[in-house]
Design a protein around this ligand. Sequence first.
Ligand code: NAP
Length: 321
Amino acid sequence: MMKALLVNDYNGPETMQYTEIENPAPKDNEVVIQVQYSGVGLVDILFSRGFGQRKLPFIPGLEVSGTVKNVGKNVEKFKKGDRVAALTINGLKGFAELVSVGEDYVVKVPDELDLGIAAGTLTNTATALVLLKEITPIHVGGSLLVYGATGGLGSQVGQIAKLLGAQKVVGVVSTESKKVKAEQLGFDHVYLQEEFLNSSNELFDIVVDPIGGKQRKLNLDRLNPYGSLAIVGNASQEELADINPDTLWLKNLSITGFNFGMYTSQYTKRVNKYLEWAIQLIYQKQLDLPTVYKTPISEASESLIKLENGEINGKLLLEYH
Ligand SMILES: NC(=O)c1ccc[n+]([C@@H]2O[C@H](COP(=O)([O-])OP(=O)(O)OC[C@H]3O[C@@H](n4cnc5c(N)ncnc54)[C@H](OP(=O)(O)O)[C@@H]3O)[C@@H](O)[C@H]2O)c1
């Protein structure tokens, strides 16, 4: 038996239970990981409050790191004891002592790289890479604006845009302290939300919106002709704005949606390539990484609530011994 953090109802982290369940049994192409850290995304909390109406009970958790415990009979790339990080996004299940994951979702973590950093960055870095390479490609010399610029995803989108050759990368944040932090991440300019809504009239090739809410509709006015609004989340949980499709036609604009979870279930081999790329960028220190906050899994509920309330300015990790 192993322990896992179970969501039994839609009442959020308050009623999650860290409890014993059966060990996972690996399929032939799967790797069983003894988890040391599970990365927490805001979406894990949203799921636990009923977003997406996932079938109950379920184990949240999009990403983990740890060591390989055993492997299925067709797995050749990994062996017992390897340090690894993995996406558990496909079906969730990462908040557990053991997870069994298809080998294409697993990457080796170099000895010098902290397993906490690996677990805390892999999903968001890989999401940003796929978004800006395939879904709304950023062109060399192009411009991009991202909301929630210090968030797990927003911070990676800004930095990856720069690495891929964007000339102007601008962030929007909600507080002065986040503004300072975003400036340290290398954004060319950072606006406070109100400042941006009320005074800026800069235009961009791509606007990335993980936040939603009232500004979503206004983002179309921030795009250059042929520009694209990428909708990648709704962290605010506010009602969505009505958008008139004729605006797209008249101004040569597009809106794209991107859900990395769905992508991972369809393009397994490509996902593996992006994970390898992400871990190399992280290892080679080409990205500034978020501060990580490690909390014992047995005290997860309290920390998840803090994250939901915006009291954790960085990436939360659940730690197992
Ligand atoms: N499309 C995908 O595949 C994909 C992948 C990863 C994440 N996401 C989505 O991206 C969003 C951000 O996720 P994350 O893991 O980056 O979260 P995070 O690190 O907690 O960052 C969330 C950011 O959202 C902003 N925010 C605005 N209203 C908020 C609210 N009511 N509660 C919490 N945060 C709020 C905050 O920025 P400010 O305070 O500066 O506004 C915060 O920095 C989520 O909706 C998540 O589902 C999508």
